[in-house]
Design a protein around this ligand. Structure first.
Ligand SMILES: Cc1ncc(COP(=O)(O)O)c(C=O)c1O
Length: 443
């Protein structure tokens, strides 16, 4: 009996491409038809005409020799690494506690893989593995909350949560400076009918004005715990007080505060708020945790609801088991006195760095977390300053528009617990040389 797949005839596909099928042979595409090729060329031209794409592509061409964003890392040894043929100290890593190189975390990840395999291969909406429940319990215990819900990344947590928390007749108030994943999530919520209002500046007073003026059923106020480029903390306590007074909920994306800031490293929200019981705190499991994923604090009743209302939870895959095992191991470390010692060392190095930069007469932003921003200003200067430090053996990130406002380019320095005071001294010497070479002034 013949089927349509036994046919020797060609099947026309969308765009004019054709496939030849014959028994016992793989299906091979014929050469792409001119009509389809033209469509692909037209697509590329149309995308290149977009203003933002055009500016970004011009950037890449103009700063080819000095922007290091495509730099491939050849090897790593602690915080030393090889990049485009040069050995440098890496001050661009989010693995703030140095746990990416910790043998206990590495061994736990391997054991997790041996026991559970590389992936459990289905959305958690279809089922769960015990290791995931355990990781959520361990995170809740460390954070001092009733429960947590894990997502595969902070971006996927935000995209799943915000549209799930605010719909028709609800209000989302969003710090204009908050992370891009929150901005994108708010657009989805707006598409579903929520009203989105942006706060700029993000202060208790500006929030109070918005909340007095708007009518809404539910209200969620969304901020970063730590601004990811400058390392600064928004006025979380003021925002929380105003939010509570208007019956709303504060949502804090604490990606860069998790395991680093505040009591037991529970994050910027735990540091600044009287209590996080009336807030939703999202933590990262990829940055200081050096594993993969994110979690949101909740209680068991809210967790049931979030599992139903978060589209990325329902329609996406889970954190793979090896990383869940790694997360449990990191929780062991966070609940031990060793964590206090790591934080003490880290905070001392951050202070050494910020004190040194300020003593040079330059602006050091941040300092409460492990990110320190040195303001440069102009985009070209910022790229060149990053490259000059690189040439002296220190890799930091040159953060420019759109990650920061257009003339507020900065050197983003991430201090890690496995840096040494000597690394910081060396970086400060390189910054001092840069200051005189570039004529940097306080901005
Ligand atoms: C505040 C904030 N939220 C979200 C993210 C994205 O996190 P993920 O890589 O887990 O999606 C980042 C990344 O740096 C961030 O700084």
């Amino acid at each position: 009996m013949s089927t349509e797949f036994d046919s020797h005839e060609s099947n026309e596909m969308a765009g004019g491409a054709t496939w030849t099928t014959s028994p016992n042979s793989e299906q091979l595409p014929r050469a792409v038809e001119p009509r389809q090729k033209q469509a692909i060329e037209r697509l590329k031209e149309r995308l290149e005409e977009d203003r933002v794409t055009r500016i970004a592509l011009n950037f890449l061409d103009k700063f080819m020799g000095v922007h290091l964003k495509d730099g491939v890392i050849d090897w790593m040894d602690g915080r030393r690494m090889g990049m485009v043929g040069q050995e440098v100290v890496n001050f661009g890593s989010d693995s703030f506690l140095g746990l990416d190189r910790d043998p206990r975390v590495q061994a736990a990840i391997i054991e997790g893989m041996n026991e559970w395999g590389t992936h459990n291969g289905s959305s958690r909406a279809f089922g769960n593995i015990e290791l995931c429940e355990e990781a959520e319990r361990r995170l809740a215990r460390w954070m001092g909350v009733e429960d947590t819900l894990i997502y595969p990344s902070v971006t996927l947590a935000n995209i799943g949560l915000l549209p799930g928390l605010a719909g028709k007749r609800d209000l989302l108030v969003l710090d204009r400076k908050s992370h891009d994943s929150l901005q994108q999530s708010a657009l989805i919520a707006a598409g579903n009918g929520a009203k989105v209002v942006y706060l700029d500046p993000c202060t208790g007073d500006s929030l109070a004005k918005v909340l007095r003026a708007e009518e809404y059923d539910g209200c969620v106020v969304v901020v970063d715990g730590i601004y990811s480029m400058t390392g600064e903390i928004p006025p979380l306590n003021d925002l929380d007080q105003v939010t509570r007074a208007h019956g709303g909920i504060l949502y804090v994306d604490d990606a860069h505060g998790t395991a680093l800031v505040g009591p037991k490293g529970r994050g910027a929200a735990s540091l600044k708020l009287d209590s996080i019981d009336n807030a939703l705190v999202v933590g990262s499991l990829s940055k200081a945790f050096s594993c993969m994923g994110a979690f949101v604090t909740c209680d068991s009743r809210l967790k049931r609801i979030l599992k139903i209302r978060s589209s990325t939870f329902v329609f996406g895959g889970p954190v793979p088991p090896p990383y869940l095992a790694g997360i449990c191991k990191v929780c062991d470390i966070l609940e031990s006195p060793e964590h206090d010692e790591m934080l003490r060392r880290l905070r001392q190095m951050v202070k050494q760095l910020t004190d040194g930069i300020r003593a040079m007469g330059l602006t050091a932003c941040g300092g409460e977390a492990a990110i320190v921003g040195v303001t440069i200003g102009d985009i070209e200067q910022t790229f060149k300053a990053g490259k000059a430090l690189f040439d002296r053996g220190y890799y930091v990130q040159s953060a420019t528009y759109p990650a920061v406002p257009i003339m507020s380019g900065l050197l983003r320095i991430q201090v890690n617990a496995n840096h040494t005071p000597e690394n910081i001294t060396g970086l400060l010497e390189a910054l001092a040389a840069l200051k005189s070479e570039f004529g940097l002034v306080k901005r």
